[in-house]
Design a protein around this ligand. Structure first.
Ligand SMILES: [Zn+2]
Length: 499
């Protein structure tokens, strides 16, 4: 405890992960967690979010007065609705202006926020905050590993710390690390100097795991090995790859105590290591029929198919019926579980009633660019309010809301149809509606990474080469604003076919 001098620290969180290829526009209704002032504490109490870790680290000092300003947590989507973006930034600046002065500010951010006309949401926010508070207060931020870290962010902030792990099971400790560095700086034992090195490189998400001996696990070990009394923090940001922005890229970042040269040198060696590992990040994608045939042969059940192109957690709409159509053709007699977003189909099924059969046109309702609705006749097995709670991950403890939700059945296939897309961490949504993945031979998860949270020892998993706003096949996307060459645009991401 150090109560020799009370320090005043503002607390802010504005988190959103954008996707340039997604049509999803997210405003206040999509920001499921929102509070201003003291009400923030009720939202984060008991939930191991990044902001909670930062706040706990600051509280541990014993001599810091926390001033909660604003919390807005929007998950993933395409863009932040411009009016809401401006309104939120204005509310943050107003709170800071009215409740300052501060010795420090802690911000829990994602780092890849975009809004029409805004390609560097966090850079603009931090720059605006700096212009309000002046050069003296210390600004510390925790960020997602997929942040698009920009020079503007590095210039405006003193401390940036990224998640270490993917899947993201360390958001709380990342907040703590940022909070700890802020405390040390406020107490005068640390003089942070930060440097970044950016690469013309975007890691395809399925290859960007830190599990086992994956390339990013190697980079994590290398970066941690660079830390010592002089280098107090290292981060690697593999960036949200679906940002069609010439400035987006992978970044290595180091914070050194009172030494520009040391920070610069360390960021450079981590960037060099990341670049050297690049070919290891490319994993093979399978045509859907091949993936289904392999899953049918798998010994450990369930086998998991990752519908990489339609990941709600990566900004997609979650309404692709591409994998479902293939299951109906090739595996309808096998027990399969799959999810889908289609509010109109949900309404029709609810109107028809549990136990009835209903004819529907299912899927591709929000994003019709990648396929046509699937006409089918299904049994309405279950109706649910769509509420569930995340057991772990970046939204641990937070209630998710799929809106009105139904389970449809066609032979062995069970289809969870939600009214709203939600971030998938493991199998919370399935279990909420009574689908236990262990009872199925094949489970389809709509993400390129978090399906790994569902795997058991010996589980088989296959990455489906599916089209969508979050296609893992980066070379196939219609890039418009990245004129310069970048890896892996100019190589073929290994794929046997593209739907
Ligand atoms: Zn992430």
């Amino acid at each position: 405890m150090n109560t020799s001098e009370i320090k005043r620290v503002a607390v802010v969180s504005f988190e959103f992960e954008g996707n340039s290829f997604s049509p999803k526009v997210c405003g206040r209704p999509e920001f499921g967690l929102y509070a201003e002032g003291e009400a923030i504490w009720d939202l984060i109490d008991g939930n191991p979010l990044a902001i909670s870790g930062g706040v706990d680290a600051l509280k541990a000092d014993g001599g810091i007065k926390l001033i909660p300003i604003l919390l807005a947590h929007g998950g993933s989507g395409g863009t932040v609705e411009p009016h809401f973006y401006r309104e939120t930034v204005d509310a943050i600046l107003k709170g800071i202006r009215e409740q300052g002065p501060f010795d420090g500010l802690y911000l829990a951010l994602h780092g890849a926020m975009i809004s029409p006309g805004v390609t560097d949401g966090e850079g603009q926010l931090l720059e605006a905050i700096r212009s309000v508070v002046g050069s003296m207060p210390i600004i510390a931020c925790s960020l997602d590993l997929h942040a698009n870290v920009t020079p503007k962010m590095v210039q405006a902030a003193n401390i940036l710390v990224g998640y270490e792990n993917y899947p993201h099971d360390d958001v709380y400790t990342t907040g703590q690390r940022a909070g700890d560095l802020l405390v040390r700086t406020l107490r005068g034992t640390l003089s942070p100097v930060m440097r970044m090195v950016r690469l013309d490189m975007l890691v395809p998400v399925p290859g960007g795991s830190t599990l086992g001996n994956a390339p990013l696990a190697k980079l994590k070990a290398f970066a941690r090995g660079c830390e010592n009394d002089g280098v107090v923090s290292t981060s690697y940001f593999t960036c949200q790859p679906w940002l069609d922005d010439d400035a987006a890229g992978n970044v290595a970042l180091a914070i050194a105590h009172d030494s520009e040269a040391l920070a610069e040198r360390t960021a450079r060696v981590i960037a060099d290591k990341l670049w050297a590992l690049r070919d290891e990040f490319v994993l093979p994608l399978l045509p859907v029929q091949d993936a289904i045939e392999k899953a049918i042969q798998a010994h450990v059940k369930p086998a998991v198919l990752a519908d990489t192109g339609d990941s709600v957690g990566a900004g997609s709409t979650g309404d692709s019926a591409y994998v479902l159509a293939a299951l109906l053709t090739h595996a309808s007699d096998i027990k399969c579980a799959v999810s889908m977003v289609d509010p109109d189909a949900v309404a029709k099924a609810i109107e028809s009633g549990v136990g009835t059969e209903v004819e529907l046109a299912l899927g591709f309702s929000a994003d019709p660019r990648h396929g046509a609705p699937l006409k089918l006749r299904a049994k309405v097995c279950n109706v649910h309010n769509g509420k569930f709670t995340y057991a772990a991950g970046p939204a641990a403890g937070v209630q998710g809301d799929m809106g009105p939700t139904v389970v449809l059945g066609i032979q062995g296939i069970r289809i969870l149809v939600a009214s709203k897309g939600t971030y998938e961490y493991a199998d919370e949504q399935f279990r909420a509606v009574g689908i236990n993945p262990d009872d199925f031979a094949i489970v389809v998860l709509k993400n390129g990474m978090n399906f790994r949270n569902l795997l058991k020892d010996g589980s088989s998993w296959y990455l489906v080469d599916s089209a969508g706003s979050s296609s893992a096949n980066l070379a196939t996307l219609r890039w418009q604003h990245r004129p310069s060459p970048f890896w892996p645009r100019d190589i073929e991401v290994k794929s046997l076919s593209q739907p």
